[in-house]
Design a protein around this ligand. Structure first.
Ligand code: MTE
Length: 319
């Protein structure tokens, strides 16, 4: 992905507590609801890093056996281009992301379009913890304990109609709060897309937390997509609109470099990106840069669950 640098803040100017503190009314509301018993076990303010806990039930069907990537790496080595191009930029700059109030509109080809507030999204379906393998097209990977529920639970609410064949995901643009959107590196807002059957697949997670807490801003607060069998860029952060559409949507990366970023972007060790072989990967937080790389798995290891979605398709052509 392109190289561009934002002015760096000196380490002494970083106040980590500020990164985390007091940013969510809905968390407080959920905490209050907890004390009044209105919501059962919902988030409480307060945890080691100052982010609210997000209770969930581990789903044993979705736990990869590799050790999870240390939390400190998951929250400080990120891609969120609205906040800069360096892996450390989102951790430094995403504290300005305005996450409340937040609304997610689900619209387009459906019988019952609706805008959901965060409080509603948090209650829509049981929160699960799922430990997914994540693979970035740049050649690194992580194992992350996400918290969320299948996107299908949300999509069913709006009753997709017969013309809905694809789903477009549109993310937040906050020019005053996002230093990166003044650059032309991508056509903002950051957009992604899935086929409807991919979006309805049980692995596709509408995600609101990680490591037992609500999402840090740099990981896509307050609500993002996680699609573990595809390269990381498909997992759009800070969603504001989910649109059911008839035609295949154009993603931001697909628009900027169609020969590099295909619509499907399934993890495939046999099909190289023009700039990166996809045969192997470096697991962040594991060993050192000199440690041997891991072999990348077809569909990132989720082939038994998703290969049937692509039966009969030429995956070199449909990369
Ligand atoms: N979503 C938005 N809105 N903006 C982005 O720049 N980057 C993508 C994806 N979602 C991105 C985004 C890329 S390239 C990757 S690899 C993953 O987020 C990284 O997610 P993580 O930082 O939580 O690991």
């Amino acid at each position: 992905m392109p190289t561009y640098r934002y002015p760096r803040i000196h380490a002494s100017e970083i106040t980590p507590e500020e990164v985390w503190h007091g940013r969510r009314d809905w968390i407080k509301a959920a905490g209050a609801a907890l004390t009044t018993g209105a919501l059962g076990a919902w988030p409480q303010v307060g945890s080691a890093a100052g982010l609210a806990a997000l209770p969930s039930t581990p789903n044993a069907n979705y736990v990869v056996m590799d050790p999870s990537t240390p939390e400190k790496d998951v929250i400080s080595y990120n891609n969120y281009y609205e906040f800069g191009m360096d892996k450390g930029d989102p951790f430094l700059y995403a504290k300005t992301l305005q996450t409340e109030p937040w609304a997610l509109s689900v619209e387009g080809e459906c019988a019952a379009p609706k805008t959901f507030g965060m409080d509603e999204l948090l209650k829509l379906a049981p929160m699960e913890e799922r430990v997914y393998r994540m693979r970035c097209v740049e050649g690194w990977s992580m194992v992350i304990p996400w918290i969320g529920y299948p996107l299908s639970a949300l999509l069913k609410q709006v009753q997709p109609n017969g013309r809905a064949k694809f789903v477009e995901f549109v993310t937040a643009v906050q020019p005053k709060n996002m230093p990166g959107v003044s650059s032309r590196v991508l056509d903002w807002p950051y957009k992604e897309g899935l086929r409807l059957d991919e979006a309805m697949h049980p692995l596709t997670l509408l995600t609101m937390g990680l490591y037992g807490k609500v999402l840090p801003n740099q990981n896509g607060a307050p609500v993002r997509l996680v699609v573990p069998w595809k390269y990381g860029f498909k997992s759009a952060k800070s969603l504001v609109t989910i649109r059911l559409v008839e035609k295949q949507p154009v993603s931001s990366w697909g628009r900027s470099a169609p020969s590099e970023y295909g619509f499907y972007s399934n993890v495939n060790p046999e099909v190289s990106h023009p700039r990166w072989s996809q045969a192997s990967e470096r697991r962040i937080g594991e060993g050192s840069v000199f440690s041997p790389k891991r072999k990348t798995l077809m569909f990132n290891g989720y082939g038994s669950e998703v290969a049937s979605l692509y039966q009969g398709m030429d995956l070199r052509k449909n990369f």
